[in-house]
Design a protein around this ligand. Sequence first.
Ligand SMILES: [Zn+2]
Length: 279
Amino acid sequence: MLVNSKQLLDIAKKRKFAIPAPDFIDLDSARVFVDVAQENNVPIILSFAQSHSQMISLEEAALIGKFLAEKCSVPIGLHLDHGEDFDFIKRAIELGFTSVMIDASMKSFEENIAITKKVVSFAHSNGVSVEAELGHVGAGENYENHDSCDSIYTSPSDVVEFVSQTNIDSLAISIGTAHGVYKATPKINFDRLHEIDQLTTIPLVLHGGSSSGDQNLEKCALNGIAKINIFTDIINNAFDEIQKTKPINYFELKKSANIGMQKMLDHYVKLFHTQPIDI
Ligand SMILES: [Zn+2]
């Protein structure tokens, strides 16, 4: 069933587990993700990133997401990942997404607050919840170690002011992960996570989950992170499965890709200790 992501994240935060948030890029990936949720009897946050709107439009993503979420029995949040501008986010809300992210993490603290407030005001008046990012989760390809990466750690001293001024529902923080594939295994700053977790009651979100190391991710899931974004590992596993099974036609190729995605998300559902939620 389609639900507001806030309900799910608040429960995950309280019960100390994380909900996977995989990005779908077509009907197949979305269907695979919802099937994994259904089979494990757990919620997921079905996500669509603005940067993927070259592959499928926002309108298509909304139709696919709502259709699949509504016809399954487990709770599914339909989330706009990395919303970059107000107009796009507004359209997502009007099309039925149940949560949105405004990513103004590269802007100044003041600008981040201003645009986030504007999104929150529109989203909340439509019953939609909002995630914003403080600090910046950079790209894994730039990752040799944290000092050379373009990520910027979330500063705990900013958290309380940012949350109270913006009235957001969840906060994406930067504690050592990066997007995409890493050059080296990341070091997660668990002290920073603990510190931030003590400062706010809203659920915390980890971006750049892929290839961050199973031990790291499990520890995050059990220590205050309520949502973990996963994309690269899922897509890469689809391709690995295709290479392994050497499909002989397009039907077989799609089947292999789907199996690859299914296996990876299934792995993360178990690793994150994602539990059933009754709504
Ligand atoms: Zn991200």
